[in-house]
Write a protein that binds this ligand. Sequence first.
Ligand code: PA5
Length: 443
Amino acid sequence: MSLMKLEIAKSGVVINEQMKAAAQKANELLHSGLGAGNDFLGWVNLPSSIDAEQLAAIEAQAAKLRQKAEVVICIGIGGSYLGAKAVIEAMSNSFEFLNKKHANPTVVFAGQNISEDYTHELLEAVKEYSVAAIVISKSGTTTEPAIAFRLIKAEIEKRYGKAEAAERIVAITDKARGALKTLATNEGYPTFVIPDNVGGRFSVLTPVGLLPLAVAGVDIKALVAGATAMEKATATDVAVEDNLAAQYAIVRNELYKAGKKTEILGSYEPKLQYVAEWWKQLYGESEGKDGLGIFPASVTLTADLHSMGQYIQEGERTLFETIISVAESKYTVKVEAEEANLDGLNFLAGKRISAINKMAELGVQLAHIDGGVPNIRIEIPAIDETSIGALLYFFEKACGISGYILGVNPFNQPGVEAYKKNMFALLDKPGYEEESKAIKARL
Ligand code: PA5
């Protein structure tokens, strides 16, 4: 079975030799390390370089946490959060929260916001469960997870004592730098390292994503295998005609040049909603700079046809759409015939829900094209670890190629600093005295 299909015919873009050459050059720069941001290219060969020993160490640590805790609180933000959240959502039963007999610990997230109510509700909700925590920060200095961790660490220490807390808290951070590294060393926490050359939003296939996923019962070997297969399928020795990541990167750049400034990633599978959130961070932080970049948006369908559908069909014509389509559903549910047929649905009797969903997908695609919204379709075989691993790497590779075609450094995020400076100034953080005065004068 093929890893993925990419349909670009309905985007209206016809790939020419010049576009192919630009994409090939961009891909070669990612592999040669001669392009912008080349300190952060560790993700390019990451899947194929993860060895059995590393996976075994992650699985062993996951097994310890699984054995100790009913709830594992995963603390992080941005790239230190979204990859694990995306894959857990994709791989979990949508109604797991109703299941009284959990086969796996429940992974919940913290540190991705500074909401007092979220924090309170989380701390209250976990009271009747045994808990453990995974705290993730590459820089080790990010404020949101640091605040959450301070509270969760205190709760774990209060319940189990300091020595046992060190068995229940795992840190994932830089090998040497940052407050989290110092704290983890002092407290004796088991630690996994985020490689220097892998940026946050490209780190899902490091322990950042793999440890929480293994805790949640995801088959991380299959996930990495899927990513490795896609790494091979998008390497520089694969012609652009066969390299789906290069094709996707070309098409979205051509659409951008033609005035399509917003890309909407949609799926007819609600489980993929957080894959879209992860994708938004990947593309938004990588390309949105220097006054350039497609604005990444997302919809979950068919739900959002009843909210955003009107705009997509008839609003400003600056949109294009990329749909992640899933070839095979896991389960079979059919519409049954009903004698009275009061709802008039007997014309669907005997049909699988997935067949109806597919017709919705097709109908929407054609309607949106008629409405002036170019369409790209990515088809994955199923929602399983191998397909999701391949999809994640596909998006990463396409993002690197796309960013280089666009002419930006896809691996930095200087714009993220602006809010932090203001927030620290407003909170009177030591060292920000001048900024404090200046910002308060503006209020
Ligand atoms: O992609 C990135 O580098 C960022 O989005 C980071 O992942 C995010 O800011 C969190 O950073 P850290 O892991 O250092 O706490």
